[in-house]
Write a protein that binds this ligand. Structure first.
Ligand code: ADP
Ligand code: ZN
Length: 741
């Protein structure tokens, strides 16, 4: 008998093997199905990536053994998205599929949770019932409860083990049956969400909603929409009403937020607005237990959950009939996955929207330059919200020149200016709260002269050179240019340029000395390692058990504390002069977000920014809330120096516990990359990473840039595939890298 069809199966495991199998006649196998297969003399599992017609030569194929799940776990679109990721980021498909379908979802170590329940099978007649009510009270009660209930009732709720005998009799009589009821492990069980009504939109919000609705109804052409709205302008209200409009069309919605633990209000607002449909909302994030994730995922897969809110991996939610994809705070780097596949969830949203003909809505108060450039070139639409929806005004922002403070406090690190110190004191006296930021992102340190503010930069690349202590050298992280460390500032001749800066820990010590009566809490990667530490500290802060919250940028996002009337940025230069071409953009975003934190309640807010370069454009534009002005000069710099959004970027990293071998491997790759290098690609020199050692591994890196992402990744992956690396060296590539070490 001729074969009907064959399936190409990607075998689970790191080998990336794909084999063809014959499909037995009685199995309905589709692309995306999980299957069991014979592999040599054992049995293995895998995912069907293609189903095809059998050809003449296929008579020798072995048969698939079994289907693991009756329905494909990966929808056809998600399979195509996975293939897109493989070709763009160069991550093997098997590894991509493992991201799409983690073990907890494949049901390998988790399964649906059930409990026994009873339901009516065929009810007794009147006489039988009357008889029971006299001689078998317990059976009578159970029956009357079940007869009025539309749903099965868990046995535990009917009386548990006390009623075992009664249930047995009722079942034997054929009146009721016992079945397994699936119970949902609900991460928000026990919380109540009071329903909210849609607000009457202002005219800008209305225009934004109309743009989304037009796109939803336009079947063939879906242009992504950027919602550029200042903090507090009512973007979330637009998301809520756009979600309703999508539900009304019978379609489903994914909402991405940068990090769930930092967006509890967003989740609450969705749950409240759609609380009548609470079964319809699923939440996906990394803090779910395996069981909760399994249940949420399968509720999405079965079509029960129609609104999905989640962090970046929720872009892989197996939603069918997707109508709208919302990416809140689209500029956030938390959307970039740090482990392979190193995808960017916002970029995947655009791709998925295109594959599924869904509307993509990106929202931000400070859009990324990548996205903004796409609105300038009219690839995306833009709609703007220019005023705060609740009528509040933006806080007053003051910039303090720390060069003057540094001269006053001779030689020591000036942490608190006189203005900031007295403003904090005033807030403490009137029982208001203070947030202080000290950005200590990354490990790289550039050299800045405290007395004059001068920063030593690479003349080719317009970024600060990075100080490498081990080599006593200054190195450019873009092109590899090296320089010796000057003994005095090239600008003002002051030797203070070599002084070490300070971090959050030291700032905390000083704050405790200056404000001994105040309750102070610190939030950074060191203090939030404990599970729930971040959540607990924020809760205490909200309850006013903490007066001053000192933290890194992790607390800048989306938080809303009505009693905070003062926000201080201790040293804006730490972020502004990070050796990264995005430093200006990040500083602008940070300062804008920070300003959005102050004065959200009835009290007026104030922002104080401390810097040794008070006239730098990022600070001045942020102070005047001038996004367009900032973008204009920043795009010009990016264009002149060949940075994104005008180019794509790839970071190649080699790490090993053997320093020389890591370095040598990267040098070899560099040489290979130089051969047949497409002329439009700029290839940087191999250099030690800013984070020179991590987990006792030495790290070396190089950067490549080119106008076309495909050309870049093709060249890179060709070289990587053709160059064997020593066993103890790990090489990773990061296309569209955000973290430059
Ligand atoms: P964003 O998401 O842009 O930061 P929000 O949606 O959180 O802004 O809105 C800020 C505040 O304004 C919230 O308290 C919200 O309830 C309120 N708000 C939003 N839209 C309106 C509106 N049309 N009328 C009145 N208040 C609104
Ligand atoms: Zn350089």
């Amino acid at each position: 008998m001729p074969l009907a069809a064959t399936a190409s199966v990607l075998v689970d495991g790191p080998s990336e093997l794909v084999f063809d199998y014959a499909i037995p006649e009685d199995l309905k196998v589709l692309a995306g199905c999980r299957v069991r297969i014979p592999l040599r003399n054992r049995s293995a599992t895998g995912t069907v990536i293609r189903v095809g017609k059998a050809s003449e030569n296929d008579f020798s194929l072995r048969y698939l053994s079994a289907l693991i799940d009756p329905e494909p776990l990966v929808t056809p679109t998600l399979l195509r998205l996975a293939e897109w990721i493989t070709s763009y980021y160069g991550t093997p498909l098997e590894q991509v599929l493992r991201s799409l379908l983690p073990g907890s979802i494949r049901g390998e170590n988790t399964s649906a949770k059930t409990k026994k329940a009873a339901k009516i099978k065929s009810p007794p007649n009147e006489e039988e019932l009357a008889a029971l009510s006299k001689k078998a009270k317990r059976q009578y009660t159970i029956l009357s409860l079940l007869m009025v209930s539309e749903k099965p009732i868990p046995i535990a709720d009917l009386g548990g083990s006390k009623i075992t005998g009664a249930l047995k009799t009722l079942t034997e009589k054929g009146w009721i049956e016992i079945l397994d009821l699936e119970v949902r492990r609900d991460p928000d069980a026990g919380e109540t969400f009071l329903p909210t009504e849609p607000l009457a939109l202002n005219s800008e919000q209305n225009a934004a909603l109309k743009a989304v609705e037009t796109s939803l109804k336009n079947e063939d052409k879906k242009t992504p929409i950027l919602l550029h709205g200042i903090t507090g302008s009512g973007k979330t209200e637009v998301y809520l009403q756009a979600t309703q409009a999508t539900l009304d069309l019978g379609k489903n919605i994914i909402i991405l937020v940068p990090e769930i633990s930092l967006a509890p209000q967003t989740v609450r607002r969705f749950k409240s607005r759609f609380s009548k449909l609470s079964e319809d909302i699923a939440v996906l994030h990394s803090n779910l237990s395996q069981g909760e994730r399994f249940d949420e995922w399968h509720r999405i897969r079965s079509g029960k959950a129609r609104i999905i809110i989640g962090a970046r991996s929720a872009i892989f939610a197996p939603v069918k009939n997707l109508g709208l994809l919302i990416v809140d705070e689209e500029h956030e780097t938390a959307y970039k996955q740090e482990n392979p596949p190193k995808y960017h969830a916002r970029d995947l949203a655009i791709v998925r929207g295109h594959l599924e003909k869904a509307t993509v809505l990106l929202g931000s108060a400070t859009p990324s330059l990548e996205t903004y450039q796409n609105t300038l070139s009219e690839k995306y639409h833009i709609v703007k919200l220019t005023e705060r929806a609740d009528g509040a005004s933006l806080p007053l922002t003051r910039v303090v020149d720390m060069r003057i403070e540094s001269r006053k406090q001779k030689g020591r690190d000036a942490i608190l200016s006189d203005i900031l110190r007295s403003s904090i004191k005033q807030r403490l006296e009137s029982d208001e709260q203070v947030i202080l930021f000290l950005n200590r992102r990354g490990f790289a340190r550039s050299l800045q002269c405290p007395p004059c503010g001068h920063v030593i930069e690479c003349s080719h690349c317009a970024i600060p050179l990075t100080y490498h202590r081990a080599e006593e050298r200054l190195i450019c992280h873009i092109c590899g240019h090296q320089a010796i460390v000057p003994r005095t500032c090239p600008e003002c001749r002051d030797p203070a340029i070599r002084l070490q800066g300070y971090g959050t820990e030291k700032a905390e010590i000083i704050l405790r000395k200056v404000f001994p009566q105040a309750k102070i809490a610190r939030l950074d990667t060191d203090t939030t390692r404990r599970k729930h530490a971040l959540r607990d500290t924020l809760r205490d802060f909200r309850a006013k058990k903490i007066h001053i919250l000192l933290g890194t940028q992790m607390i800048a996002k989306g938080l809303d504390f009505p009693n905070v009337t003062l926000v201080g940025v201790l040293n804006a230069d730490l972020s502004l002069y990070a050796p990264d071409f995005r430093a200006g953009e990040r500083t602008f975003q940070l300062l804008t977000q920070v300003a959005g934190r102050a004065g959200r309640g009835a009290l007026a807010g104030e922002v104080i920014i401390q810097t040794a370069t008070p006239h730098s454009p990022s600070i001045q534009f942020a102070r005047h809330h001038n996004f367009e002005g900032f973008v204009e000069q920043e795009l010009e710099m990016r264009k002149n120096f060949g940075y994104p959004p005008y180019t794509h970027l790839a970071l190649l990293l080699a790490r090993s516990s053997h320093e020389r071998r890591a370095e040598f491997t990267l040098q070899t790759l560099h040489r290979k990359l130089q051969e047949n290098l497409p002329p439009e690609i700029l290839l940087g020199e191999p250099i030690p990473s800013p984070l020179t050692r991590s987990h006792s591994q030495y790290r070396f890196q190089l950067l490549m840039r080119g106008p076309n992402a495909r050309t870049l990744s093709r060249h890179l992956n060709k070289v990587l595939n053709a160059t064997p690396t020593p066993e103890d060296v790990i090489v990773t590539a990061d296309l569209d890298a955000y973290d430059l070490g």
